[in-house]
Design a binder for this molecule. Structure first.
Ligand SMILES: [Zn+2]
Ligand SMILES: [Zn+2]
Length: 419
């Protein structure tokens, strides 16, 4: 197979990879990089390198899941590629559309690159499917345990079997289906995400229990504000809190959801994952305006307290009282108010600020486990943020385990591989 990493190989953001098996040409994901507002991956390089004459030459585009770094530039396919089949799950279609349409609402520096009618059009062309059998190839999607609807992508021809993990986790995430690891066949090439490569995260259960215990302490007296990403993290935290209340690990207090988190949670409900119910209320404008410091939990996007977001507005109120807490549950980019509040002491506040790790990406242990179970001949690490030294050390360790039976690749953006 031939691989060309357009974007998102040695960085996290704007994932899009071109692969060719025999004569068949596919794009795996079409994302946006949140750090490059208004810029999509350099698809024109596909023409420059004569891999395509137009997007219409593609045999398919396969979207692993609805996070913007994987789906955000999908409307680009409308440039002469309207007839190219887009293969993705139903949940990714529904959630991805909502996210693309709402992205400008909660971003400091979002620059519109696709118009509303382009977004609506591209999603209207998708009929979700989880497998596709053509004359000389087959595509299968498998749950990847990352967010609702997230999938791994398998492409099989008579000569080759390729598996692209998308973003994945082997943990038991409440709101995502677990990966059916036992039923996935060993691929020739594994294209593997590496967000948490070389990281060993705290025990998943301990981290969650720690969060619940801490939440219980805060709501004995005050307000707990949890800034959370609208898609995935909000719903996971809400379900975790509800479960903890049910099993009496957490005092029953009102839970409110606000911001873009509301719209996405409503879609989760429609897709069969119960997030909003009589216990979890949608915050109204009146609620925000009249809010006091009585015990309650507010889960609200954005996860990094971006300036135009609801979580930023709530934080202004919550931070004023020493009984309250602002508790983060996700990654903070260095330039965001969330990072500044957590690590730079540049705010004046009385409340407590805290953070717990809820990563929905496999850590090093999980990535090794996946490789060991699948025993591919070749592993290509993508969606990674490592120093070259770290990559060399990792390769050494893996080669020590698997010897000559497995080869490892760490391509940079714009690099091609003949595998
Ligand atoms: Zn993701
Ligand atoms: Zn991602």
């Amino acid at each position: 197979m031939y691989f060309y990493g357009i974007s998102g190989s040695n960085k996290i953001g704007g994932s899009s990879y071109f692969v060719k098996l025999g004569d068949r040409k596919f794009l795996l994901d079409m994302g946006l990089d949140p750090n490059l507002p208004g810029v999509y991956p350099k698809y024109e390089n596909l023409y420059r390198k004569k891999l395509l004459t137009s997007m219409g030459d593609l045999d398919g585009v396969i979207i692993s899941h609805a996070h913007l770094d994987h789906i955000g530039s999908l409307p680009y396919i409308l440039k002469e590629g309207e007839k190219v089949p887009v293969i993705t799950s139903k949940a990714t279609k529904v959630l991805g559309k909502a996210l693309l349409l709402s992205a400008p609402k909660e971003s400091d520096d979002y620059i519109e690159i696709f118009k509303k009618d382009e977004i609506e059009k591209v999603f209207s062309l998708i009929s979700p499917k989880e497998n596709m059998v053509a004359q000389d190839y087959e595509i299968n999607l498998y749950d990847s345990g990352h967010i609702l609807g997230s999938k791994m992508v398998e492409i099989v021809t008579k000569d080759e079997r390729v598996l692209y993990t998308g973003d994945f986790s082997l943990k038991n995430i409440i709101t995502a289906k677990k990966m059916p690891l036992a039923s996935i066949k060993s691929p020739d090439v594994l294209l593997c995400e590496g967000t948490n490569l070389t990281k060993n995260m705290n025990s998943y259960i301990n981290e969650r229990l720690g969060f619940i215990r801490y939440a219980n302490k805060v709501v004995a007296k005050g307000v707990l504000l949890v800034p959370a990403f609208a898609l995935g993290r909000t719903q996971e935290v809400v379900c975790l809190l509800k479960n903890a209340m049910k099993s009496q690990l957490l005092k029953r207090v009102p839970i409110y959801v606000d911001g873009l988190s509301v719209e996405i949670s409503q879609l989760y409900n429609e897709l069969g994952v119960g997030v909003l119910d009589e216990e979890v209320k949608i915050a109204t404008n009146r609620f925000y305006e009249t809010m006091d410091d009585s015990p309650k939990i507010i889960i609200c996007s954005s996860g990094m307290l971006l300036k135009n977001s609801k979580s930023y507005l709530y934080a202004q109120k919550v931070l004023k009282n020493e009984n309250n807490s602002v508790t983060f549950v996700g990654y903070q980019d260095k330039r965001t108010p969330g990072f500044k509040l957590l690590y730079e002491n540049s705010f004046n506040f009385k409340a407590t600020v805290n953070r717990f790790s809820f990563s929905a990406h496999g850590d090093e242990k999980e990535i090794f486990q996946l490789i060991d179970r699948l025993k591919p001949k070749k592993v290509v690490f993508l969606h990674r943020n490592l120093k070259e030294q770290e990559e060399r050390e990792l390769e050494k360790r893996l080669t020590k385990i698997y010897g000559k039976n497995m080869q490892f690749y760490f391509p940079k953006d714009g690099e091609e591989l003949n595998l």
